[in-house]
Design a protein around this ligand. Structure first.
Ligand code: MIG
Length: 706
């Protein structure tokens, strides 16, 4: 292409025109810019995209943003000039505020326990993605299609990707709004498939509940204290000497019995699986991997060994399709013991005692299926992504009728196709609680809708105040799990005072009541890429007063959440959102909830687990706009399995109209093959800081007097 250009022009103009000649528009109206000397074999097939985008047209001359490529000291650099007054967001799993102008983010996945709250350390995941919001509300997104180590710098006028690897392509999306931008992002990267409903419940974890009797005791306590909950987690000590896919013969001698017990009490189980495989003759995982020659190699071509929990370990080379297939088969017997979900930790990969706690950059990966072999430097940032890709394959192989739930610590842009995530080893401290809001918002804007922090904090002792405050807001995050590290004091909701227990119960009750709404938000995320938890600016991208707000946030389109400790937050729509309470417990901790005028939020009756949630009696919170109108949606399906993909779901549209002192609400099925449920309905009219509840009624058209 450069050749063709230089044929026409003198050498001076070539550089700029070569660029113009090597940029295209994809069939989805996304611009792709190729650097000179682009070698696709160093980058493709890209892990970011669900399928390789197809370039169909030359880029139009009025395309606003352009990329200039350069090489310096062996680095490949892409610079994108941006206009004045653009607010930047995204950049993946990062600390610091929501607005990302003036930041440097290193993309190199490492195990970073007790990271700081602002800048500095790079964390467990990489998302070469920057989004921009202009004053007029239009949005752009920039993807560097590059897995090699790189830095993103966001100056006010310039976004730079500076990579230690070979020259890479840059994709730029232009859309009329941030909502349309999120849609375009998932059109490229793929849609998150719906998680099982149980994974949206409350999760209780610690490093480590041991032995199995302790796990049962935790289950009993959750039920006895009437903390609605769905999942109990098994951290590394359930294993036999940290050998993955085994169970400790003393503490977890009969996993079937334990899992049966938990299932009988309406709990699901999630167990940890790390990538490191103990080097040991006679251990079936190591034997199989060695027989198949499945390990990552060192620079001399020998199986690399590095220390993790079990001591010396081999690491599966997940870039290879045959290794992923083998890894997938390992889950079959494991899941058959009653395991419901899997936690893939340490997959940066973390390796003890090595430079940056990971494997050497000159380790070798073999690739396959169109992926060329290459050094660890190329594949490091996608080690986690490729691992969870293989794990997902495994869970689907083991249980083809169930939606896989995988939680991964490491990942990469596009990895939401395979796993949910959490924000790693945070600290039990108020500033980490505050940080968890912009962090989760930013992950959502970076294409990972299913995420959340360790509630209560992971490292160091938590305390009563922190657990109460953190739970009071944590229940509005997409992923809700209380977890802490070894050697610290317990931090379950009941571990402190009656007051803390009550605060946590009220908060978690609220989440379970909101579950029909939250599930509908997840469904939306799975279709149009809108984050479940989103910044206020998503309500109105032209309202500049919302651009920096990262203490208050939105759960879906209709619910605003303000932590008690955040006094004056920005208010969408000029402060017209209506404050209300769910379960009127003025305990001083619960987040303030506000509903968007013009919306309807469906609520379930209180349940102790998602398995108990029934939508045959619903409360509809109705908040009308100035014209007296409101509407909303309710998505229902079986909560697990894949029949919803064949249309077995019910999408209900709800509409309300207020005339004089009458409020009329109508429900009508808009889509789906599942028959609408016969139900009892109660209207909660949200107005003036209160909810006025009607009696329970039946039918799809309900009129109440206000
Ligand atoms: O190096 O499995 O982030 O959640 O409890 C520590 C033990 C290894 C790190 C995870 C954390 C987990 C812990 N793991």
């Amino acid at each position: 292409m450069t050749l063709r250009v230089s044929f026409f022009l003198g050498s001076l103009a070539v550089a700029s025109l070569a660029m113009a000649q090597t940029s295209f528009l994809t069939n989805d109206s996304v611009a792709v810019f190729y650097p000179p000397h682009y070698d696709g074999k160093q980058h493709q097939p890209s892990p970011i995209f669900e399928r390789e985008p197809v370039a169909v047209n030359q880029l139009t001359t009025d395309w606003p943003l352009h990329v200039s490529f350069s090489q310096k000291n062996g680095h490949s650099i892409a610079k994108i000039d941006i206009e004045d007054d653009v607010d930047l967001y995204g950049t993946g799993e990062v600390t610091g505020p929501l607005r990302r102008n003036g930041r440097t983010i290193e993309l190199w996945n490492i195990d970073t326990p007790a990271y700081g709250v602002d800048g500095g350390s790079h964390l467990y995941q990489s998302h070469p993605w920057v989004m921009g919001l202009r004053k007029n509300g239009t949005a752009f997104g920039i993807i560097a299609d590059n897995t090699w180590r790189q830095k993103i710098t966001t100056d006010d006028h310039l976004v730079t990707f500076d990579s230690e690897g070979p020259a890479f392509r840059v994709f730029i999306i232009e859309r009329e709004s941030p909502q349309a931008l999120m849609q375009a992002l998932v059109n490229l990267t793929g849609k998150m498939s719906l998680p099982p409903l149980w994974s949206l419940g409350y999760h209780q974890c610690r490093h480590t509940y041991y032995p199995d009797g302790k796990v049962m005791e935790i289950a009993d306590q959750l039920r006895r204290h009437r903390i609605p909950s769905d999942v109990i987690w098994m951290d590394i000590d359930y294993m036999d000497g940290y050998r993955i896919f085994t169970f400790d013969p003393k503490g977890f001698e009969n996993p079937n019995r334990l899992n049966d017990y938990l299932h009988q009490h309406s709990f699901k189980t999630v167990y940890m699986i790390d990538p490191g495989v103990k080097v040991e003759k006679g251990y079936f995982v190591d034997d199989q991997g060695t027989a198949g020659d499945y390990w990552v190699k060192d620079r001399n071509g020998k199986a690399f060994e590095g220390n993790v929990w079990p001591g010396a370990c081999h690491f599966p080379d997940f870039t290879r399709p045959e290794v992923r297939t083998w890894w997938a088969t390992l889950y079959k017997d494991f899941m058959a013991k009653g395991v419901d979900g899997v936690w893939n930790d340490m997959n940066e990969p973390a390796v003890f005692g090595q430079h940056e706690n990971t494997m050497p950059g000159d380790n070798q990966h073999k690739g396959g299926d169109g992926l060329t072999s290459g050094s660890h430097l190329r594949f490091h940032n996608v080690f986690g992504l490729n691992m969870v890709r293989a794990s997902r394959q495994g869970l689907l192989l083991a249980n083809p009728q169930k939606r896989p739930f995988i939680l991964s610590r490491s990942n990469f842009l596009g990895g939401h196709r395979y796993a949910a995530t959490w924000t790693g080893d945070n600290l039990s401290a108020p500033d980490h609680m505050e940080l968890s809001i912009p962090m989760s918002l930013t992950l959502g804007l970076s294409g990972q809708p299913f995420n959340g922090p360790d509630i209560g904090g992971f490292c160091e002792n938590s305390n009563a105040e922190l657990v109460a405050q953190w739970t009071a807001i944590g229940v509005y995050f997409p992923f809700v799990r209380n977890h802490n590290t070894k050697g610290t004091i317990p931090q379950e909701p009941w571990a402190f005072t009656q007051k803390v227990l009550d605060v946590c119960r009220t908060a978690i009750n609220r989440r379970y009541m909101l579950m029909p709404y939250i599930y509908t938000c997840f469904r939306e995320a799975s279709i149009n890429g809108m984050p479940v938890m989103r910044p206020l600016f998503m309500n109105d991208s032209k309202d500049l007063s919302l651009r920096k707000e990262d203490r208050a946030f939105l759960l879906g389109p209709n619910l605003m959440v303000r932590p008690q400790w955040a006094a004056d937050v920005a208010q969408p729509d000029g402060g017209s959102w209506q404050s209300f309470s769910l379960e009127d417990h003025a305990d001083g901790y619960q987040a303030e909830l506000r509903q968007r005028p013009g919306s309807i939020i469906p609520l379930a009756n209180l349940a102790q687990s998602t398995a108990e949630i029934r939508t045959d009696s619903l409360t509809l919170l109705v908040c009308v706009d100035r014209d007296g109108l409101a509407k909303g949606q309710l998505y229902e399906d079986e909560g697990d399995g894949f029949d919803y993909q064949k249309g077995l779901y019910c999408l209900t549209e709800m509409k309300a109209i207020k005339e004089k002192k009458q409020l009329k609400v109508t429900l009508c099925q808009k889509d789906g093959l599942m028959a609408p449920t016969e139900r009892k309905i109660r209207i909660g009219y949200v107005h003036g800081g209160k909810v006025k509840y009607s009696h329970w009624k039946t039918g799809n058209e309900i009129t109440i007097s206000l």
